[in-house]
Design a protein around this ligand. Structure first.
Ligand SMILES: [Zn+2]
Length: 270
């Protein structure tokens, strides 16, 4: 099963850039299907109210016929004091499986990490190149799993990539996704030094092409079992401990789901 662990969805409200205006999935879903991607983790784009944005995601996930999995976005500064209630609502009511934080708005706070710990959900945290903060929160919360998108920097900061490769090795609870990493050899280094078990395939759709991002993983030329970890095995393992687990939640994830290619005509996402 191929899982894209990083995609945005819904509408933003600031409307000053593509990433806070519109993350419609029509093109993304067509491209992902053609590329053989079975499931996609989605979360809002930048938004002024994440309670509202997460609700949008819940509706999009509910209509996806099991193809999409929700993560709840929180702004650790603006949402301070309500993070657990926001995220636990998303987990319990909508079956979300993780939390998204963007360091541009606020790095992971103790409150956010404690919420993740209680709910046993992974935290996908974009540190925006400031990889040094990973040393702090990863050590303070060794029982919370953190996924660092873009190997630490969407802006191609090689220092951040190098530091994250080190951190992947050093901390059991630090993982990285491959979305938007331009310098291919940093992905090679990450797999070589930290192992395929620490890397997750992500596309940063819908703005980046999921087929193109997936090709990067194929080009690593790994043994099948190693490649399978990056393409979905790691994501499944990290989401597997989410609390509470209920038959309904498990059904909503349905890991034995038919491959995307067999889902044609089953929902609105053709
Ligand atoms: Zn992103």
């Amino acid at each position: 099963m191929i899982i894209d662990c990083h995609c945005h969805a819904g509408k933003g409200d600031a409307m000053t850039a593509p990433w806070n205006t519109d993350a419609s999935l029509e093109k993304y879903l067509r491209r992902a299907r053609a590329a053989g991607i079975d499931k996609t983790i989605v979360f809002p784009l930048f938004h002024l109210d994440y309670a509202e944005a997460n609700e949008q995601i819940a509706k999009i996930v509910a209509r996806s016929g099991g193809r999409l999995i929700g993560f709840a976005f929180v702004n650790t500064q603006r949402d301070a004091g309500r993070i657990f209630s926001m995220v636990s609502h998303a987990v319990r009511r909508w079956g979300f499986r993780g939390m998204k934080i963007h360091g541009f708005e606020g790095m992971p706070t103790r409150e956010a990490c404690e919420a993740a710990r209680k709910l046993r959900i992974p935290v996908l945290v974009d540190v925006g190149g400031r990889a040094h903060v990973i040393d702090l929160f990863a050590k303070e919360f060794p029982d919370v799993n953190f996924i660092i998108p873009h190997l630490g920097s969407f802006a191609d900061d090689w220092r951040a990539h190098e530091r994250v490769v080190e951190q992947l090795k050093r901390y059991r609870n630090v993982y990285a996704d491959t979305s938007g990493v331009r310098r291919f050899d940093y992905i090679v280094e990450a797999v070589k030094h930290a192992g395929a078990r620490k890397i997750l395939f992500g596309s940063d759709g819908p703005w980046l092409h999921p087929g193109l991002e997936l090709k990067k993983i194929k080009l690593l030329g790994l043994a099948h079992d190693q490649e399978a970890l990056i393409l979905g095995g790691n994501a499944i393992r990290l989401m597997g401990a989410v609390r509470p687990q209920s038959p309904q939640l498990e059904e909503s994830i349905n890991w034995q789901h038919k491959p995307a290619s067999q889902l044609a005509n089953s929902n609105a996402y053709q």
